[in-house]
Design a protein around this ligand. Structure first.
Ligand SMILES: Cc1ncc(COP(=O)(O)O)c(C=O)c1O
Length: 407
């Protein structure tokens, strides 16, 4: 019998995959209210429209659906994506779009295209755990910069880059989720967006803008994306790669997303996709094309926003009631997205609290999973989109009892 541990690729020997998946496996008791996953609510799924579009596609195109399809993506979907992004002041040619099999795939292609072992990736502290795990495939070094209530601390980011420069190290890229960041729910302010681009221009460091939640804004004004600002400020752009997914605004089951960027980079990612999954299923792509071109997307967004806004308000209100001023519990107040970030007293280790919470039949994701280096232990990522309203209220009550008994 082969000793497989000796056969693993060097970089894979200690690779453990997605930590959140491992957290979720403890949630076996059906009575547990899970605020852990990043699931959109099935209440926002357009099921009858989905069925109708599916029947039409299967009736007219079943032979093509059952066949291999174009690696860069179906032209009809690429064109629909170009149209879709026009409303967000982004102007693209077909060569600037690659259809991916979800946002996670888009991040994987980005890492594979740009990273060598040991390369420095600048990330927020905290940042999206799925991006960390995707980029970890290439064994880079993550350098974190604390996030502030209005996004990345760009002053510290610049100092960090200056410091690295003194050591002859230029970061390979900066990864950010500017709108309603996963895990904190924080949105980057306009001035910071501009400052971040300035840093990108000054030091020639690309920005990866991950944008799954952009259309899920419940309060305040939409801010321009980094991609559109780059196009506006810098002769049509070229410094930003956009990673998008239909998972949170349509449904995650189809696993379709898209990356946008300079044609050469998109071509490189397309070549990698050839060796990676070849093509994204045509059926799934055609469903997304139908979603963008035949369903009323804006009305759908309005419904999602109204629905999630209420849930967020209820969650915040319940926390106000059950976590009084003296409880040392604080939280972010997101303007959109699916998550908020709860901070406990410094000494609380939420990885331990997690097991206590399970006993109280409630779950969250321990904050330590969202750090590229030097994790902080006293935070929880909370998802407020999936559970029902009564469950959300009950979850806060259970959390409050659990925190009081644990602390
Ligand atoms: C910031 C961010 N990027 C990417 C993804 C991955 O999206 P997908 O489910 O399409 O793979 C997620 C999913 O939660 C996310 O929060």
């Amino acid at each position: 019998m082969i000793d497989w541990t000796n056969q693993y690729a060097q970089e894979m020997k200690h690779f453990k995959g997605y930590p959140i998946g491992k957290t979720l496996k403890y949630l076996t008791d059906p009575e547990i209210i899970s605020l852990a996953g990043g699931l959109p609510s099935p209440q926002t799924f357009q099921t009858s429209e989905f069925r109708a579009a599916s029947e039409k596609i299967l009736k007219h195109d079943i032979d093509k659906i059952m066949q291999y399809s174009a690696i860069p993506g179906e032209e009809s979907l690429v064109d629909a994506v170009i149209q879709f992004l026009k409303r967000d002041n982004i102007s693209l040619d077909r060569q600037q779009v690659l259809i991916t099999t979800s946002g996670q795939h888009g991040l994987d292609l980005t890492g594979r295209a740009l990273l060598d072992k040991g390369d420095i990736v600048l990330v927020d502290r905290p940042t999206f755990a799925g991006a960390l795990v995707a980029f970890q495939m290439e064994a880079p070094r993550f350098v974190g910069v604390d996030i502030e209530p209005d996004g990345t601390n760009v002053a510290v980011l610049e100092q960090t880059i200056q410091q690295l420069k003194l050591e002859n190290k230029i970061p390979k890229f900066i990864y950010v989720v500017p709108d309603f960041q996963n895990p904190t729910g924080i949105t980057m302010g306009l001035e910071k967006r501009k400052a971040l681009l300035k840093i990108s221009y000054a030091f020639h460091i690309p920005i990866i803008e991950d944008s799954p939640y952009r259309d899920l804004r419940y309060h305040g004004q939409t801010l321009p994306s980094l991609f559109s600002l780059d196009q506006e400020l810098y002769e049509g752009g070229g410094n930003v790669i956009g990673v998008y997914t239909f998972s949170k605004i349509f449904c995650p089951g189809l696993r379709v997303g898209f990356n946008i960027g300079p044609p050469d980079v998109i071509q490189k990612m397309t070549n990698i996709k050839e060796g990676n999954i070849l093509n994204t299923p045509k059926y799934n792509q055609d469903m997304c094309t139908a979603y963008l071109t035949e369903m009323d997307v804006e009305a759908h967004f309005d419904r999602c926003r109204a629905y999630y806004q209420e849930k967020l308000a209820l969650f915040l209100e319940t926390m106000e009631t059950y976590f009084p001023d003296n409880s040392h519990v604080t939280w972010t107040i997101p303007q959109g997205g699916l998550f908020l970030w709860v901070t406990l007293a410094d000494h609380v280790d939420t990885a331990k609290l997690f097991f206590e919470a399970i006993k109280h039949q409630v779950a969250f994701v321990p904050g330590e999973q969202f750090y590229g280096e030097n994790p902080e232990k006293n935070h929880m990522r909370i998802n407020f989109s999936f559970s029902t309203k009564p469950q959300l209220v009950e979850a806060v009550k259970r959390l409050s009892t659990c925190i009081k008994s644990f602390v």
